[in-house]
Design a protein around this ligand. Structure first.
Ligand SMILES: [Zn+2]
Length: 124
């Protein structure tokens, strides 16, 4: 299922609700927003999200000119590593814009400090 073993930083799993590949550490699926597990000791769900940062966020809109043929659009997101190699490429969505219509696109990269778990000590 995943090349990264559970418990390792960057480990992934499939969301049981929407089947997207997400971080194993996620308490809430970022794709469908379903809760994935109960956080023991966390009074509010927000407490796990407080440490999340958004080091990159891009918002932009396009508006079709008032005249002319409708547009069809394709949204593709790619991720490249330090060496410029493409490690992920995803078609996010497609759609159409009619005359005068506007669409807004938002891209957010969320980052959290990974809590590394050392096996054999301090387990619950
Ligand atoms: Zn999901």
């Amino acid at each position: 299922m995943s090349s990264v073993r559970p418990g390792v930083v960057g480990a992934t799993r499939r969301c049981p609700h929407c089947r997207e590949t997400i971080l194993e550490s996620a308490a809430v699926c970022p794709a469908c927003k379903h809760y994935l597990r109960y956080e023991p000791g966390a009074g509010a769900a927000e407490s796990t999200q407080e440490s999340a940062q958004t080091p990159l966020r891009i918002d932009g809109s396009i508006r079709h000119p008032p005249d002319g043929e409708p547009w069809e659009y394709t949204v593709v997101v790619t991720i490249r590593n330090d060496r410029g190699e493409e490690i992920a490429r995803k078609l996010v969505g497609v759609g159409a814009l009619a005359s005068g219509e506007q669409c807004t696109f938002s891209l957010a990269v969320e980052a959290v400090e990974a809590r590394t778990r050392r096996p054999g000590k301090g387990g619950r």
